[in-house]
Design a protein around this ligand. Structure first.
Ligand SMILES: [Zn+2]
Length: 140
C-alpha cells in the first residue's frame, strides 16, 4: 500500500466529518535525519493544545508528498480512537509512538469501520501550513 500523505488525506475524508478547522498552528522543529525530515508542531485551540509530528522520508525540500513515504502522530483523542491503530498496521505511525490502548465505553460502532489508515484534522492543518511556508508541495 502506498502511504503518501495525499492517500492518507483521501482516506481521512471518509473517516472524519471535516478536515478543516481554524486553530493556530505552531511549527516547532524541522530536523533532517538520516533518511527523513522530522517536522513537529503544536495545534493550539481555545482550551486545548495538541502535539503533531510528521516524518517525511525524503531530504529534498520542498518535499513532493506524492512520492514520499510518511509517518504521522497527533496527541488528540480523535487520532487515538480513529487513526493510530490502522496507521500502525501499515507502518505509518511516527517512530517513538505506540498505539495507546483505550477502554471502549460505549456500544457505538467503530468510528473507522473500514480500518482505513487516515489522519485527524490537526495533521491536515499542519501539512497545509508546511506547504504554505514552502516545505511541502503537491498536497491535494
Ligand atoms: Zn489530532
Amino acid at each position: 500500500m502506498n502511504n503518501n500523505l495525499n492517500k492518507l488525506f483521501e482516506n481521512s475524508k471518509l473517516v472524519q466529518s471535516k478536515l478543516k478547522n481554524d486553530r493556530n498552528i505552531i511549527i516547532e522543529k524541522i530536523i533532517p535525519k538520516d533518511d527523513h525530515i522530522l517536522f513537529t508542531g503544536k495545534i493550539v485551540g481555545e482550551d486545548k493544545e495538541y502535539d503533531v509530528e510528521l516524518q517525511l522520508f525524503d531530504l529534498n525540500i520542498p518535499i513532493d508528498v506524492n512520492n514520499c513515504k510518511v509517518k504521522v502522530f497527533c496527541s488528540c483523542p480523535s487520532f487515538q480512537f480513529r487513526n493510530e491503530k490502522y496507521l500502525n498496521e501499515v507502518d505509518a505511525l511516527a517512530d517513538g509512538h505506540e498505539v495507546r490502548e483505550y477502554e471502549k465505553k460505549t456500544s457505538k460502532k467503530s468510528m473507522n469501520p473500514d480500518k482505513l489508515p487516515s489522519v485527524c484534522k490537526h495533521i491536515y492543518q499542519f501539512a497545509l501550513k508546511l506547504e504554505e511556508i514552502g516545505n511541502l508541495k503537491n498536497l491535494k
